[in-house]
Design a protein around this ligand. Structure first.
Ligand SMILES: Cc1cc2nc3c(=O)[nH]c(=O)nc-3n(C[C@H](O)[C@H](O)[C@H](O)COP(=O)(O)OP(=O)(O)OC[C@H]3O[C@@H](n4cnc5c(N)ncnc54)[C@H](O)[C@@H]3O)c2cc1C
Length: 398
């Protein structure tokens, strides 16, 4: 019996480790087109830029200790579903009984004239190159006020670069955060001196030799030593598409995280599924989503049959604000426990807690991961009452 895992990122490495933890003793091969030792991505827009080097997902002997065949610098070029083999970029073939697609996503290209003058921040190579350029830069323009753009802005302001952020939407991080929490971060960035221009897009980038000038769609020009495009990610689904698997915005998977081919799973950034919390299709870009799904798929391969239902959670660090989100935000009744800079914003849909955004409140966040999705356990009135012990409620609910 053999498991082949495509992608040695957060999801792929977790799948391999979880298989061994569960006692799986067949062959496990993890293949990645990147030749870097498997690394954590979140620090790339945070502490790595400040000089920290330790990014490894696992200790140096993990793969050999666990008898996992790790093949770096080798992409999977094609899947032959009839023969149940994958063809690698070096033309070698690997047979599988179970195949796990954990191919992640890649940065979306900026679709404007001169877009190539803006750099991306997705891989270790990107972050290493950006760190070197920022060391001698005095100004930075960031196109896109998503999480990566805003984390980068916080890093750059902490190192006293002049920072301009252009964002098409009317608020930062709008795809994931409630307007309340988005507004908190908008103000935080402005207080730290970020020139955040919402409802403003980049329309052209001109190379100036020593840097670049960004022309905006409202007729302004922003000159900067470095321009970064942080305009989102697109899932890596071409392998699945070419193999004839069902895809939409991501590789479509069922409640077991199986694709339209029962021998093939897809997890993490590349997978799209119906989440019981929303009842709708989601494709999430978060470490916890990738690792929880990796653990789940390992269980399924080892014979478990429970549907995947983990509560999604996500984190970001900007200045001294550590935001932890449990659930998936959608409009609803909102209440605040504590204060915005030190507390939790709860969103309810009727009696159901759908999302909890905790800023500098790690214990509340941990409790909320068990409470999100429950109905009639925590009311809006209880949520704001400091005498209500969320951890006790969470214990009772789980
Ligand atoms: C700069 C940055 C900061 C982030 N910060 C946070 C954060 O603070 N919190 C958070 O929760 N999430 C964060 N994320 C998102 C998080 O890193 C991703 O959601 C997570 O890495 C997804 O895991 P994955 O296993 O799906 O994909 P990845 O970890 O991206 O791994 C996919 C791997 O597949 C490989 N691959 C792709 N195609 C092939 C192929 N054909 N053959 C072989 N290998 C292939 C790629 O080389 C890659 O190594 C951040 C992402 C970035 C880029």
């Amino acid at each position: 019996m053999a498991v082949v895992i495509v992608g040695a990122g957060h999801g792929g490495v977790e799948t391999a480790g979880a298989l061994r933890r569960l006692g799986y003793d067949g062959t496990i091969t993890v293949v990645d087109g990147d030749d870097a030792v498997p690394y954590e991505r979140p620090p790339l827009s945070k502490r790595f830029l400040g000089g920290e080097e330790h990014l490894s997902l696992r200790g140096p002997s993990f793969f050999s200790d666990e008898n996992i065949d790790l093949r770096l610098g080798t992409a999977v070029a094609a899947i032959d579903r009839q023969r149940r083999v994958v063809r690698l970029s070096d033309d070698a073939e690997l047979a599988y009984e179970h195949l796990v697609l954990a191919t992640g996503s890649r940065p979306r290209r900026l679709p404007v004239s001169g877009g190539e003058h803006a750099v991306s921040l997705h891989s270790l190579a990107d972050a290493t190159a950006l760190r070197a350029r920022l060391a001698s830069a005095r100004s930075l323009a960031i196109i896109g006020a998503g999480f990566i753009g805003m984390e980068l802005a916080a890093h750059a302001r902490t190192h006293e670069l002049a920072v301009t952020v252009l964002e098409l939407s009317d608020r930062p991080m709008d795809r994931v955060l409630s307007p309340t929490v988005s507004g908190y971060f908008e103000q935080l960035h402005r207080e730290h001196g970020v020139d955040l221009r919402t409802s403003t897009g980049a329309s052209e980038i001109l190379d100036t030799g020593s840097g670049a000038t960004v022309r905006t769609d409202v007729g302004d020009e922003v000159a900067a030593d470095v321009v970064v495009a942080a305009v989102g990610a697109v899932p890596q689904i071409s392998l699945a598409t070419e193999a004839g698997l069902e895809v939409a915005a991501g590789v479509l998977v069922d409640e077991q995280l199986r694709t339209s081919d029962q021998q093939i799973y897809a997890i993490g950034d590349c997978a799209q599924y119906v989440h019981p919390l929303t009842g709708g299709q989601v494709r999430l870009e978060a470490v916890a989503n990738a690792t929880d799904q990796g653990t789940h798929v390992a269980g399924s391969i080892c014979g478990a049959s429970a549907p995947y239902s983990a509560v999604p959670w996500f984190y970001t660090d900007q200045y001294d604000a550590r935001l932890r989100i449990a659930g998936i935000w959608r409009p609803g009744e909102q209440v605040v426990r504590g204060s915005l800079g030190s507390g939790t914003v709860f969103t309810f849909d009727g009696d159901t807690l759908v999302c909890a955004e905790s800023i500098n409140a790690p214990r509340e966040h941990m409790a909320c991961r068990k409470l999100v999705g429950t109905s009639e356990v925590l009311s809006a009135t209880m949520a704001t009452d400091p005498n209500v012990d969320l951890r006790e409620l969470a214990k009772a609910a789980s």
